[in-house]
Design a protein around this ligand. Sequence first.
Ligand code: PPS
Length: 293
Amino acid sequence: MDNTNGSLLNFKGYNLLKSFVDIEKLEKMEDFEIRDDDVFIVTYPKSGTIWAQQILSSIYFEGHRNSTENTRTVERAPFFEYNKCKLDYVKMPSPRIFSSHLPYYLVPKGLKSKKAKIVYLYRNPKDVLISFFHFSKFTRIIEATYTIEHYLDNFLDGKVHGSRWFDHIRGWYEHRHDFNIMFLSYEEMKKDLRSSVLKICSFLEKDLSEEDVITVVRQATFQTMKSDPRANYEQIINYKFGVNKKEGTFMRKGTIGDWKLHLTVEQNERFDMIFKKNMKNFPLKFIWDINED
Ligand code: PPS
């Protein structure tokens, strides 16, 4: 079966969203000038990017934390490779927070000077797959796919936005010594949001008061975010993403282990086999089930 996906653009071996990119800007990405106090949130798609954007935005910006300003979270921590909000990244005041799904080899070279920081958020790939599958029905920016089987084939072959999940996480992890990077999992955040926020603050060298930490945590719960217009793509989603509202909301379910409700035994075994083969000797721990430690 030819699974070539028409909504993707392959740039130097990596799949980006064709309708969101400017090829001239892509060519210049690696030379983008990095400041020492820049922070990048790096994720494979559907790993909780908006969650990290919300947390970092409320850590850094008092107006966001205290809800006294209305700036959307995606504008506070815009996507580096997809400048859909048309911001001037060069003139943006410090501290700049960027979000990115890029692989390690496409990010600006200046990130290797090790001053600017990177928060790499990862999620167990079965839940990523399911979140992706639903997202593909929700938005028209990626090709709709109506069976898990079809999406599973594409995901495992890397014929999706973000290319192969295995390559993304392995690439970043194996090159971690080149960057000033912390790794954090979606599941850790889900199980203990407060400790995760404190870990992030410590990495970012942000010393928040107890009251501010409580506010950041409150702003970042699934329930708060689902009803926070700043954390949803609602305003831009309709005209830029071409949304199919029947298929739900961007903040969909936010759980661990949703894959169990979707994958058949055979599909799960196939996934496990490929995971084992690709993630041999990989030290980061993955949590597949809400009841797991
Ligand atoms: S994207 O399109 O790649 O930027 O998507 P991304 O933001 O990376 O991931 C979306 C998934 O993250 C979930 N999410 C959360 N889960 C728990 N708690 C909080 N606060 C939270 N915020 C976002 C979101 O619901 C999507 O996952 P699914 O499984 O589809 O619900």
